[in-house]
Design a protein around this ligand. Structure first.
Ligand SMILES: [Zn+2]
Length: 481
């Protein structure tokens, strides 16, 4: 028996539940793709299954809507498939165990995939209905959004004729997203340069407890970056001859502000105490500086017997390199108050193949600023004798001063709810950037129902917000100009 049977709109929640019973984490999309194709065949809907793994549906205008501007509805078919630690669930094969708790839908021990299954469900409900008025409709369900937007990146825009696009991959009802950042991942490598001191001691320095956060949405909050902080602390002892870094590790992802970093330094045996005192003094200053944004800041410094680590890079060079690297907000938007336009985050540091490896997430809503920043990183790294690797480049979506779709969606929202929606651009990536890049004349808005804690086992989808968002979407589609 289906768990969501009693929920309305029936078709939306029925399709959503069906989707949750098909494992569809990124790169595990065969099942969901077959489901979508079977849906098209059963309902006699024209479809394209393209080489990038996307499914595109086409449905002609409802009678009387042939002259209205055609619309694209867009969402992604993959989800971040994660389960609670120790639950032993194999997300590749596990149909989700749904439950309803008041207004919320969740899945026991796993993520739910409301992001973005609910978009797929709403689009299918509209496609299969015979009584919903809409202009010429194209529905694009992309593949592997969560891993780097490969589906959107590989989409052939020649398959798409409409130019008004409603993206359904947002998670806050009443907030219209109308711009996003593009970005790239940049890895910097610096070779080992120094021999280890022959009779050295080891000192371990650890930074932890920083606030961290999403490197796009939270980059402007002035929080400490554990790797940059480590660079400053090392700077305080860079005058000690013969001090060499043998190991360094910090941060979990390029797109998260790092909250911890640890480093092992090999020092001449007579310099140990001086170094420990200098590190303590510098760390105390930094702790004071960040006491408001990072009250959890902790540091440790101690002598150690640990003689491991595959690096041998002088403390001086490491600290100068880490201090020279830009980090944080580079430019604010001139069009939208408070919006970060360009930023970068030094998210990971470690040792790879005997080299120091530092990895950045670079973001900008302006392609040329993103590329300039990538170039700055290349120049700085090469000044220190190192090299760069750039991967995962994705385009941004610049705020459009003129947008008939946005105007219409705001008007319909105001008519329905008697209040104005929040219209904003975000300093994070959305697939819309790829569509704009391929067809700059696309007019787009991103919306979606309320969700909590996406990409985690606590993910929840609001039932009432889904109802309202769907009803609103139907109003927008049926609104004649
Ligand atoms: Zn999503």
């Amino acid at each position: 028996m289906a768990v969501l049977d009693s929920l309305r709109p029936e078709k939306v929640f029925r399709r959503f539940e069906e989707i949750t019973q098909i494992p569809h984490g990124s790169y595990n999309l065969e099942g969901i793709r077959e489901y979508l194709i079977a849906f098209a065949k059963k309902n006699d809907i024209e479809y394209i299954a393209d080489d990038a793994g996307n499914i595109i549906f086409k449905k002609p205008a409802f009678p009387g809507y042939e002259e209205q501007p055609g619309v694209i509805l867009q969402g992604h078919m993959d989800m971040v498939a994660v389960c609670e630690e120790g639950s032993g669930i194999d997300m590749k094969t596990f149909p989700l165990d749904l439950f309803v708790d008041g207004d919320l839908i969740g899945a026991r021990h796993t993520s739910l995939g409301g992001d973005n299954g609910i978009a797929v469900a709403m689009a299918l409900a509209i496609l299969e209905a015979g009584d919903i008025p809409h202009p010429d409709l194209e529905v694009i369900i992309t593949a592997n959004e969560e891993t780097g937007m490969e589906g959107a990146s590989g989409l052939d825009i020649g398959n798409i004729k409409n130019r008004r696009m409603i993206n359904l991959d947002s998670e806050d009802e009443g907030i219209f997203t109308v711009g996003c950042a593009g970005g790239a991942r940049v890895s910097c490598f610096i070779d080992s340069d120094s021999p280890l001191p022959s009779d050295g001691k080891y000192i371990e320095i650890g930074i932890s407890g920083l606030t961290g956060g999403h490197s796009g949405q939270m980059i402007h909050l002035g929080r400490a970056n554990a790797i940059k902080v480590t660079g400053e602390i090392l700077g305080s002892v860079s005058g000690i001859p013969g001090a060499v870094i043998t190991d360094i590790k910090g941060g979990n992802a390029d797109n998260a502000i790092p909250s911890w970093c640890s480093v092992t330094v090999s020092v001449p045996s007579d310099a140990g105490d001086t170094i420990i005192e200098s590190v303590k003094a510098e760390a105390a200053k930094i702790k004071e500086r960040f006491k408001d944004t990072d009250p959890g800041f902790e540091y440790t410094v101690a002598l150690s017997d640990r003689a491991t680590g595959a690096l041998s890079l002088s403390v001086k060079k490491t600290s100068e390199f880490l201090k020279a690297l830009p980090n944080g907000v580079i430019a604010m938007s001139k069009d939208i108050d408070g919006l970060v336009q360009t930023s970068l985050n030094l998210g990971i540091i470690d040792v790879k193949d005997g080299k120091l490896h530092a990895e950045f997430s670079v973001r900008s809503s302006i392609a040329s600023e993103r590329d300039d920043l990538i170039d700055d990183l290349r120049i700085i790294t090469s000044d220190f004798g190192g090299t760069n690797v750039v991967t995962g480049v994705y385009p941004g979506w610049k705020y459009a001063p003129v947008s008939p779709l946005r105007d219409k969606m705001v008007r319909v929202f105001e008519d329905m709810y008697g209040r104005t929606p929040q219209v904003e651009a975000i300093h994070a990536g959305l697939e819309c950037g790829f569509f704009m890049d391929k067809a700059p004349d696309i007019d787009a808005v991103s919306i979606g129902p309320d969700m909590q804690d996406i990409h985690s086992p606590s993910e929840r989808l609001s039932i009432s917000s889904t109802q309202r968002t769907y009803e609103y979407l139907l109003k927008v589609l049926s609104d004649k100009e």
